[in-house]
Each structure stands twice: as C-alpha cells, then as structure tokens.
Design a protein around this ligand. Structure first.
Ligand code: XIL
Length: 338
C-alpha cells in the first residue's frame, strides 16, 4: 500500500470511529457549570452498565461531579446473608467515582425495601444489634470515601405516620436515632441524611419529616441533611418546592434533591419534551434559590437504563438523555439553569 493510500485509509477509519460514537453534548459539561458555584450535579449509576456500556460510562464520568450507586449499596445486595458481605458492585462504583473525581452518596443503610429476608425474620430482640453491625461494617468500609449517607430511607407513610417495618417493630421510632448514631461513630466526617419521596411539597409527610429532624436535633442526635427524592410527574413540580426546601434549611440542614426524574405518559412528543425541560429547570432554580440546597442527583441520567418504565406502567422518558444516550431538551435546560 502506498503511503498516500495508507493515510487515506487511516483517515477513513478515524471518521468511521467518530461516526459510531453518539455526538458529544455541545457546550459546557453539567459538572463544570455546577462546580462554578459549588453545587453537586449527580447521577445514580449501575455497576453492570458501567462495565458493559462504554458510552454510558464516558458520559457519566464527563458530565457529573457526584455519583449514587443505584442499588449496589443496599442491604439486600451488600449483606444478602447474615455476616456475608458482597462489595463487588459498590467497590466498582466507588472506584469509578474516585477515578473521575466525583463525590459519592451512599444509598442506603436502613430501608424496609430491598431488605434481605433474613433481617425480616430475625427475632425482634436481635434487630438492633444486627442493624448497628450492618451500619458499622458498611460505613466503616467506605470511611473517608463516601461523603454522604442516606442512613434511613423512606421512613414515613403518606399521612406522616412512621412506616411500620421490622425496625419499628423492634425499636419503635428510636431506630432512626440509633441508626444515625451508629453511622456517625463509623465515619465521623460523613454527612448523615434521611431520605424520602413525596416530601418535596409542603404537606403532612414533609411536615412529619421536619418535626422528626427538629426533635432529633433537640436530642443531640447527629443529622446533617434531608434528601427529597423528587420522582416527579410531567407538569407537576410542586409549587411549594422552594418554600419547603427553605423551611428545612432554616433548621440548619442541608437539602439535596437525591433522585430526580420527570416521567411522562409514553409516547413522547416535542411538546412533552419541552414541558419536561421546563420542569427540570424549575427544580434547579428552586434548589439554587436556597443556599443550603447543595446537590441535585438525577436517578439515572439516561432513559436507556431508567427504573421508570418497569415501575410505572405506560410511563417513561424521565431523564435528560434519551434511549440512545443523546441529550434531550431537558439537558439543554440543565446547562442553562445550573
Ligand atoms: C430503585 C432502583 O432504581 C431500581 O433499579 C430497583 O429495582 C428498585 O429501587 N426510591 C429509592 C431508590 O430510594 O433506591 C429506588 O431505586 C427508587 C425509589
């Protein structure tokens, strides 16, 4: 082959490789915009997709400065049998985040769901010790590496009463203080959060969370922040979102938007996608308006791997990147509002 032909061939191969990659989103990355004013912009990520999908991993590393393992740190994954720990997925995500200079949100330590059967069938007298041991082991392993923990996830019913589960059956409402204290002991520098859904508006459930946090503070229990999951429906961002963030901030707490997505009835349309862009913008503006709202995490940044279609029948397209890992109008609005 002549030299000239070889050059033409190499050029053609390069062009083909470029064409095979989805277009990079134009303009500044979300993380560069958020960094400029000390904000975290995150995504939930799944270890299996990071291994299998290089484009997914590359966008995740480029666009976000915070990462939440979508499932890999949950009790059922980490300790499927008593005292038998599996850290492979959690370690993979922690390594990914560290190699991309991303903060890690640990999610989560104590939750009624994705809880292994053996915990649910313990004699009630053993639940407290097992819970403390689980927290000590998991938080201890990632001490200094996981910056923030969702210590208790989804503790409330919609009416603001405490959800009944194996933890309340064993310890009553005091399980929350016990869990927070165990986490503080295991990593004194980690920020400790309670996290729940449908607490984004001023309503009975968010008021119950506010009252719980106030009473924990009065008892000297370590609590740094509250996570608003923020699994929203198209066109239904609560009008009291900013006011509600502000009333938690007024207690001296940090607020994070921890699991943002905005789902719609499928199929999508350009009207729906532009409404969704507005909705993402509304959430970012509400958070940015309150100094103590310091992070926004999207619950999987791409429709390709979203939990929504398998959870809410007929709904989907909830994320700022589409099924083909292409940015949607919501992505552009994130760039404009972050
Ligand atoms: C979801 C994951 O996205 C799914 O992959 C899994 O099957 C179920 O859990 N509230 C939470 C998250 O706190 O942990 C949930 O994540 C979504 C609702």
């Amino acid at each position: 082959m002549t030299h000239a032909r070889r050059i033409v061939l190499v050029a053609a191969l390069c062009l083909a490789a470029l064409a095979a990659q989805p277009a990079e989103a134009a303009g500044p990355t979300l993380r560069s915009l958020a960094d400029a004013h000390g904000l975290k912009i995150g995504s939930a990520l799944a270890a299996n997709h990071l291994s299998a999908d290089a484009t997914y991993a590359s966008i995740a590393g480029a666009q976000f400065n915070s990462v939440t393992p979508e499932n890999e740190m949950k009790w059922g994954v980490v300790e499927p049998n008593r005292g038998q720990f599996n850290w492979s997925g959690a370690d993979q995500i922690v390594n990914f985040a560290q190699s991309h200079s991303q903060r890690i949100r640990g999610h989560n330590l104590v939750w009624h769901s994705q809880l292994p059967g053996w915990v649910n069938s313990l004699p009630l007298s053993q639940v407290q010790g097992v819970m403390q041991q689980h927290i000590a082991t998991e938080v201890g392993r990632y001490r200094g590496r996981v910056a923030v923990w969702d210590v208790v996830n989804e503790p409330f019913n919609e009416d603001g009463s405490l959800r009944s589960d194996v933890f309340t059956r064993a310890m009553g409402s005091s399980y929350i203080a016990t869990a927070l204290r165990a986490a503080r002991t295991a990593d004194p520098n980690a920020k400790l959060f309670l996290n729940d859904f449908n607490i984004e508006a001023v309503n009975p459930k968010s008021t119950a969370m506010l009252n719980l946090v106030r009473s924990l503070q009065q008892q000297g229990v370590p609590i740094d922040g509250v996570g608003f999951e923020s699994h929203f429906i198209l066109g239904q961002i609560p009008s009291s979102l900013q006011q509600n963030i502000a009333r938690f901030a007024a207690l001296g707490l940090t607020v994070e938007i921890t699991e943002l997505d905005v789902r719609m009835t499928l199929p999508t349309s350009s009207t729906k996608l532009s409404q969704q862009a507005n909705d993402y913008g509304t959430v970012v503006r509400a958070c940015r308006a309150v100094a103590r709202c310091t992070a926004i995490t999207i619950w999987e940044y791409t429709d390709k791997y979203s939990w929504v279609p398998s959870t809410f029948s007929g709904q989907g397209a909830a994320d700022p990147y589409d099924q083909n890992l292409q940015p949607k109008p919501a992505y552009t609005t994130l760039q404009q509002t972050l």
